[in-house]
Design a protein around this ligand. Sequence first.
Ligand code: NAP
Length: 406
Amino acid sequence: MDVLHGDSTGFSAAEVTAMGAALSAAALGPRGANPLVGAVILAADGTPLVTGYHRGAGTAHAEADAVNQAVAAGMNLSGATIVVTLEPCNHTGLTGPCAQAIIDAGITDVIYAVDDPHDPAAGGAGTLRSAGVRVRSGLAADAALALNRRWFDAVAAGRPFVTLHIAQTLDSRIAASDGTSQWISSPESLADNHALRGRIDAILVGTQTVLVDDPRLTARNAAGETAGKQPLRAVMGHRAIPADAAIHGDDGNVLHLATHDPSEALDQLFDAGVRHLMVEGGSRILSAFLGAGFVDELIVYLAPTLLGSGTPALDDLGIGTLANAQRWAWDQASGGAVQVLGRDLRLHLSPEFTPTAGAGRAETASRAAAVTGTTAADATGTDAVTATIFDSIPHRPGAATAPGGY
Ligand SMILES: NC(=O)c1ccc[n+]([C@@H]2O[C@H](COP(=O)([O-])OP(=O)(O)OC[C@H]3O[C@@H](n4cnc5c(N)ncnc54)[C@H](OP(=O)(O)O)[C@@H]3O)[C@@H](O)[C@H]2O)c1
């Protein structure tokens, strides 16, 4: 990944190259409750030793992954430098604090791209400095922010990260005219979807899908058995969920969201501890979330099948002219923009970024200072880029820490 678009003043060529490798490694992880993060450890002479990355909530953070690999290989990390795409964390979530792991490993230099928005006042950088570790930040900040832009948005808004999934025919149908929809997708696409179900915190459908399809919405293996972590099953709409609906399952881990407002649904899900939501359908629910701009990641399973009639994937998004079309960008992270899954294509996209016109760095810096409690003078360079993100979305005070996720 090209990191040279940003300011690399004060960093060695080896450190700049390492940050590029760390960004590339970060992109191997899955999007979701946690950011994509990569880390490279350099020997004192600048030789790269190991590369680590984060594989999703509940697994080792990138720094710990790199340190663990080095320890397993018998390396001595005294005097080493770690180059990481996000400020090392300072808290014990599902895994231990990375700042302490770095200190314990004997690493004496830390370079990171952007601050951890979970804890901007007392992040890992402070802990590292207090322990005598040299800490520098801001290298490739723009690229690091771009990599996780929608994750930063979700954290700042105090809402779950939203993945939206559509399993559709070539002519954008999600069900035939008689209501049948199982299965439009190939077994490989279904397996991919079930693997994703095993990583998310919640899966959401509309009441109509529950009434028509009676889905279980569990994560299942190839043999059809429920496997591993199961998501909360959420149903959105005013109609009651039948008492004998399959969605209740054995555990009753179901949340009925009696609303048509996606923002209200996300608030309720966030309050229930959900940090990564997958919106599964049907078309009115997909359209409500897309129309409200809440979709951070779009996965389309495209089957080479034609129906010519039936339920279209999307309802009216309220777009009357091409100039107002929603623009999406191919997302190369987390497995790439296009994968072949059996006879299907799996398309992976993120919302195209359109910077707010007229919001200059100084202006956003001072507005970010109001959000983060820092001074405008602090909010320069890296922080000004963060400021653009923090400034572009509603911020819910007190929602900055996500105990269920990172
Ligand atoms: N291929 C796939 O990936 C896939 C996935 C899921 C579903 N499907 C198919 O999709 C079809 C159902 O789609 P659908 O669009 O008819 O139903 P839907 O989106 O599943 O549910 C629509 C219902 O949700 C409630 N609702 C909640 N928020 C809403 C909002 N903002 N706008 C409108 N309604 C809202 C309303 O019910 P209340 O009256 O209860 O409020 C509405 O009738 C089924 O045939 C199913 O097989 C396909």
